[in-house]
Design a protein around this ligand. Structure first.
Ligand SMILES: *Cc1c(COP(=O)(O)O)cnc(C)c1O
Length: 359
């Protein structure tokens, strides 16, 4: 069987060019006679891989000089704890916006360390929108304000960000590098790699330097950003192969024209899919128009009894991983950077055929 059109929410599709490059270098990386997987993280070959990946990431996202980029482990989930442990300082409260399942997880973890003020929540509306800024009840004494820029499960995305008086922190796990972002508006950005960056096992953190070095008492050294910054993310053995693959993805992104070109393509992909879902009276999309995600598109069929039929027909066409998250039901198509436009075209085609057959 050839390669499928993979709409997985994560771990997710990687660019085919990257996989081919990794395959070609798998046994002998750059004449070293060994795989990147087999080399010391202190070797000059790997240091060069790591430095290039970091430099390319900084260039792609436009990270200013007063920030550090860290390549860590533990997933975005560990950041739910590392953020409060490192950013609370002498404060005992933090602001969180609740726009979906990942916000909830971040809130629950932060509650282990401080008082969490939920400034606004769309939970009562089933997480189908972003509460209007005018309704946010921010606390000026909060150590920071946390939001999830793209709710991977609910398909709700911030298309612009609030001006905040306290440091702004964003979980960008599922939309980092999908569009240009003004990093200077954030104190800290974090993302698990397995959605839009590379394989699982790597977490990227972008943190403003002045926030380093004031962890809460008792913070394990491995959870202290400053420890990782001082060691260039090699305080212990980093996930070398995931870091290398992320570097290949960054290089691929640059060759594709950088974030502006990639964002334009992502917008086109999402527009095509939403148009297909909105056309006719067959599919339903739960999320309010102005906060629909460009990355994760949940939708339902008129009758849940059709779900299995839909998925079976999709599989037969090589359209995989379309089953929605159990908490939302229905379907979800994830359209990360590495999902080619042709995959979306194939899905749109199938949506039309299926609606005609079952409408
Ligand atoms: C996937 C995801 C997470 C969890 O990431 P892990 O790497 O599994 O810890 C957190 N937040 C968002 C927005 C996600 O998409």
């Amino acid at each position: 069987m050839g390669r499928v059109h993979n709409f997985s929410a994560g771990p997710a599709a990687l660019p085919e060019e990257v996989l081919i490059e990794a395959r070609d270098e798998l046994l002998d990386y750059a004449g070293s006679g060994m795989s990147v997987m087999e080399m010391s993280h202190r070797s000059k070959e790997f240091i060069a891989v790591a430095e290039r990946a970091e430099a390319d990431f900084i260039e792609l996202l436009g990270v200013p000089d007063d920030y550090r980029v860290l390549f860590l482990q533990g997933g975005a989930t560990l950041q739910f704890a590392m953020v409060p442990l490192n950013l609370l300082g002498d404060r005992d409260t933090a602001d969180y916006v609740n726009t979906g399942a990942w916000s909830v997880k971040a809130i629950e973890e932060a509650q282990r360390f401080c008082r969490v003020n939920v400034v606004a929540s769309s939970e009562a509306r089933g997480f189908t929108d972003i509460p209007a800024l005018s309704e946010w009840r921010c606390n000026p004494d909060a150590a920071y304000l946390h939001l999830c820029s793209n709710e991977t499960i609910g398909g709700v995305q911030f298309h612009d960000f609030p001006d905040t008086s306290v440091p702004l922190v964003a979980d960008m796990s599922s939309d980092i590098l999908s569009r240009p972002v003004d990093v200077s508006r954030f104190a800290l950005i974090y993302a698990g790699a397995q959605k839009n960056i590379g394989p699982a096992g790597l977490t990227v953190v972008v943190v403003r330097k002045d926030l380093l070095g004031r962890p809460r008492a008792g913070t394990p050294s491995m959870l202290d950003y400053a420890v990782h910054a001082a060691a260039d993310s090699m305080s212990n053995t980093p996930p070398t192969y995931a870091w290398y693959l992320a570097g290949l993805v960054f290089r691929w992104m640059k060759a594709e024209g950088g974030l502006a070109a990639i964002a334009a393509r992502n917008a086109r992909k999402a527009a095509k899919l939403y148009a297909a879902l909105d056309g006719g009276n067959f599919y339903r999309t739960p999320v309010l128009g102005n906060c629909r995600s460009v990355m994760n598109v949940p939708f339902t069929l008129p009758d849940a009894a059709l779900d299995a039929v839909f998925l079976k027909g999709a599989e037969a066409r090589g359209l995989t991983n379309l089953k929605g998250h159990r908490s939302v039901g229905g379907m979800r198509a994830s359209l990360y950077n590495a999902v080619p436009e042709a995959a979306v075209d194939a899905l749109v085609d199938y949506l039309g055929v299926f609606a005609r057959e079952h409408g």
